[in-house]
Design a protein around this ligand. Structure first.
Ligand code: NAD
Ligand code: TYD
Length: 354
């Protein structure tokens, strides 16, 4: 079936992998990528698909009602995969209002546009997929079981609270107006094209540059890590085959203490660079802990496995090594992202184009 899918936040880290996957795998689909190109949006991430006949980029804000109305009608949008968000916890601590505006109000505006555009259409042919996070569930203690889809919401950071708020609106639109929705809650992603403010690309960059590796507190906080392509595959499965109104957890069954992730990264990067083993360990620097830092996240993704047969394909160590190699062979990407030069790419490639 030909579909017209609006992917929001497609120039970001995860969004770019989802866009690439859909553009390549579904040549019959039209993929419209709506992205505001904040500091986290980078069109260079999509250079390899930007000229595909089934792809269109639109620069714009998910909070712009008029633009959304035009896009839904001009492109006969029948599916939405919503990734656009402010995504970094530390930034949310500094500027919580921005997170409420983008993640809560932006999502609400998008839901309303979908509702208006799809009024009267049969639900079977429409779908609004909201991409959320495991952070809405709060924190687990050592020895406590993993988050399931029925775990009570208990967000702590402004980022998690804003994502929880958007989740509630998505469910409200399903229950009140019958909007066909699915939600996914994923654990921490890693892989190519991740902005180097997040732990893994930040540490790869700093090990290469011989700069300090800042670890919050003792480094004993635990995260579940999943390769971004496994996440994109899970989104594909849930978007196409997930049950209406349901939530699905996505995770790597791959819990690591932060300090151990950093030590593994040091080993891999030192090996790849031909440094003496462990020579970068001296860069590890314990700094003041993040406020409200959740001690542990872990995901029970059994529902996704049982209903849709999805499971993660990348092992952590080989996925991490492949990721390190990607960053080492994309030095210019890292330089442009850290200097801000990538922001010029849009002006050069897209301004003046329809
Ligand atoms: P990212 O910060 O790399 O990308 C976000 C994208 O959204 C950027 O391209 C940005 O330009 C765009 N954007 C921001 N505000 C916008 C607006 N108002 N209108 C249009 N576009 C806007 O984020 P990411 O890590 O790729 O995360 C994508 C989604 O996945 C987010 O919703 C996030 O909450 C969720 N998620 C992320 C992770 C993770 O580990 N990174 C894990 C689980 C869930
Ligand atoms: P991050 O990549 O920011 O993702 P999230 O906060 O969404 O889990 O951080 C992953 C873990 O690494 C988290 O426990 C915080 C920690 N961390 C550090 O110790 N130092 C850092 O410089 C960063 C960015 C994160």
């Amino acid at each position: 079936m030909k579909r017209h899918i609006l992917i929001t936040g497609g120039a970001g880290f995860i969004g770019s992998h989802v866009v690439r996957r859909f553009v390549r795998k579904y040549p019959d689909y039209m993929i419209v990528n709506l992205d505001k190109l904040t500091y986290a949006g980078n069109l260079v991430n999509l250079r390899d698909v930007e000229k595909a006949a089934n792809y269109k980029f639109v620069r714009g804000d998910i909070g712009d009602r008029e633009l959304l109305c035009t896009l839904f009608h001009e492109h006969s949008i029948d599916g939405v995969i919503h990734l656009a968000a402010e995504s970094h916890v530390d930034r949310s601590i500094r500027d919580p209002l921005l997170f409420a505006r983008t993640n809560v109000l932006g999502t609400l505006t998008l839901l309303q546009a979908a509702r208006e555009a799809w009024e009267g259409a049969s639900a079977g042919a429409r779908r609004f997929h909201h991409v959320s996070t495991d952070e809405v569930y709060g924190a687990l203690k050592d020895g406590e079981a993993a988050f399931s889809e029925t775990t009570r919401y208990d967000p702590h950071s402004p980022y998690a609270a804003s994502k929880a708020g958007s989740d509630h609106f998505v469910r409200a639109y399903h229950d009140t107006y019958g909007l066909p929705v699915v939600l996914t809650h994923c654990s921490n992603n890693y892989g190519p094209y991740q902005f180097p403010e997040k732990l893994i690309p930040l540490c790869i960059r700093n090990i290469c540059a011989g700069e300090l590796l800042p670890i919050y507190g003792k480094g004993d906080h635990v995260r579940d890590w999943l390769h971004v392509e496994d996440h994109a595959e899970a989104i594909d499965e849930v978007f196409h085959r997930g049950r209406d109104g349901e939530s699905y957890n996505i995770g790597g069954i791959n819990e690591w203490k932060n300090i151990d992730v950093i030590k593994l990264l040091i080993r891999i990067v030192d090996e790849e660079l031909g440094n003496a083993p462990g020579s970068s360990e001296k860069l590890i620097t314990h700094i003041t802990d993040r406020a409200g830092h959740d001690p542990r996240y872990a995901i029970n993704a059994q529902k996704l496995r049982e209903e849709l047969g999805w499971f993660p394909k990348h092992s952590f160590e080989s996925g991490l090594r492949e990721t390190v190699r990607w960053y080492l062979t994309h030095e210019q990407w890292m330089t442009d992202v850290t200097s801000g030069a990538y922001e010029r790419y849009y002006e050069e490639m897209y301004s003046g184009r329809g």
